[in-house]
Design a protein around this ligand. Structure first.
Ligand code: GLC
Length: 433
């Protein structure tokens, strides 16, 4: 559906670039300390102390149907959940460990019901699986491990056998890719070869073999880019920053997905306050699609099993916008270069319907200039209510005053922004439907 040729890879990107918007879910024991999913690392907490969260993990209010409804209501079309994060805790009943939800007071699988709930609402399914494991006894202690400053670090490492950990890692990925039906996205996180002592990358994960296993079990799964392989990936995944344009590798545009948080943490963080506003999040989504990318927006559910009320509020705000403006997101991508981006705007483009969407990030005073658009626009309307927007040229005098050229068009806008956080003007091009 993209107009631009994009780097080829085996994963199925056809649904992905159409759906554009997904929910990331970071959930694990770290929901209980409620102060960042890296808390075990940041506070250098030993296993014996971290055990207190395992012993009390009991999300009694967990209802994945409610989560899936919140995601669908926000206009999200897929989800990616942490099957295991760096702390090593598993959300499913893995045969390869006891460090899993079925051994906590909760005592039941979390992942299966979640997959069913989201799938039954038409959403695609993804797993985030941590390559890193701060609980497994064979994982060699490195510079980002909670025990990095332990006086016995080297002695402890002598009994650790990374190759046994690799078997565990590969075995768990096999479980994830065989027990839950078709998996659409797999997110392996992350590699840091050469970073400090015992930093880890393809050799420490045996990434080439892991890659072969993944492709053998789920040939069309979309794989992220964090296994430290030059070739074995489908999507690039910028995190906590927005690229300036379509992401390229070796001069070739690639399939990409920005992953972002509502606030400064991925896991539930009770006291963190840097929550983005609904408007900011909508602009982030439009900005992403205007550069040919997807947005994966993260929620960190609580230890009781509910989505954070601050996230819910924002999901509802985004949903209200998406209900009327989804047409400028789904099936859309970066506009062809012939269409100049108007001031303070982002453009998205649906190559099938050949409609152009002007996302107005800052409402101007009366005139929105479309440079060089003369002859290209047959009709314009506000997307929210299908009300006509006049498309005109300017008188010679006015054009001189406003420094418009003979090929420019002007959208005549009301002085007050009539709606929405981000207003969108839908342009029907000449010669198109
Ligand atoms: C990073 C972090 C992590 C988060 C992830 C999301 O790699 O380690 O906590 O899960 O990014 O992209």
């Amino acid at each position: 559906m993209s107009d631009r040729p994009v780097r080829e890879s085996p994963g199925d990107r056809s649904w992905f670039v159409r759906d554009r918007f997904g929910m990331f879910i970071h959930w694990g024991l770290y929901a209980l300390p409620a102060r960042h999913e890296w808390v075990k690392n940041q506070e250098e907490i030993p296993d014996e102390v971290y055990q207190r969260y395992f012993d009390r993990f009991d999300p009694d209010l967990y209802d994945p149907g409610v989560w899936a409804d919140a995601a669908a209501g926000a206009g999200m079309r897929y989800f990616v959940v942490t099957s295991k994060h760096h702390e090593g805790f598993c959300l499913w009943d893995s045969a390869l460990t006891d460090y899993k939800v079925t051994r906590t007071p909760y005592g039941r699988d979390l992942l299966g019901p979640m997959v069913d709930a989201f799938r039954s609402r038409g959403m695609r399914v993804g797993f985030y699986h941590s390559l890193i494991d701060w609980h497994h006894p064979d994982f060699v202690i490195d510079d980002i491990h909670p025990q990095r400053n332990h006086p016995e670090r080297e002695a402890m490492n002598r009994t650790r056998d990374q190759s046994r950990y690799v078997e565990y890692l590969h075995g768990q990925v096999r479980e994830l890719l065989t027990r839950f039906g078709r998996i659409d996205v797999l997110w392996c996180d992350f590699s840091y070869p050469g970073r400090g002592r015992d930093g880890k990358g393809r050799d420490q994960w045996d990434s080439p073999r892991l890659y072969r296993t993944i492709r053998e079990l789920q040939p069309r799964v979309l794989l992220n880019d964090r296994m430290d392989l030059d070739d074995g990936w489908d999507i690039k995944t910028p995190e906590q920053w927005q690229p300036q344009g379509w992401i390229e590798v070796d001069g070739m545009p690639v399939t990409w997905e920005a992953c972002q948080t509502f606030s400064g943490s991925w896991g539930y963080h009770r006291d963190e306050a840097s929550w983005k506003s609904v408007g900011q999040l909508i602009r982030m989504l439009a900005d992403t699609v205007s550069k040919g990318g997807n947005l994966l927006l993260n929620v960190g559910p609580t230890g009781r099993g509910e989505l954070d009320h601050r996230a819910l509020e924002r999901l509802r705000g985004i949903g209200a916008w998406m209900r009327r403006h989804g047409r400028s997101i789904y099936g859309c991508t970066q506009a062809p270069a012939e269409f100049a981006v108007p001031q303070d705007c982002r453009l998205t483009w649906n190559p099938d319907t050949r409609r152009l969407y002007v996302h107005v990030f800052a409402w101007p005073f009366r005139h929105l200039h479309l440079r060089g658009y003369r002859g290209k626009v047959a009709y314009a309307q506000l997307l929210s209510d299908a009300s006509e927007v006049a498309v005109t040229g300017l008188s010679d005098h006015q054009a001189r005053m406003e420094r418009a050229g003979p090929d420019d068009l002007v959208l005549e806008l009301p002085v007050q922004q009539p709606d929405a956080e981000v207003s969108v003007i839908e342009l029907f091009l000449t010669g198109a439907r």
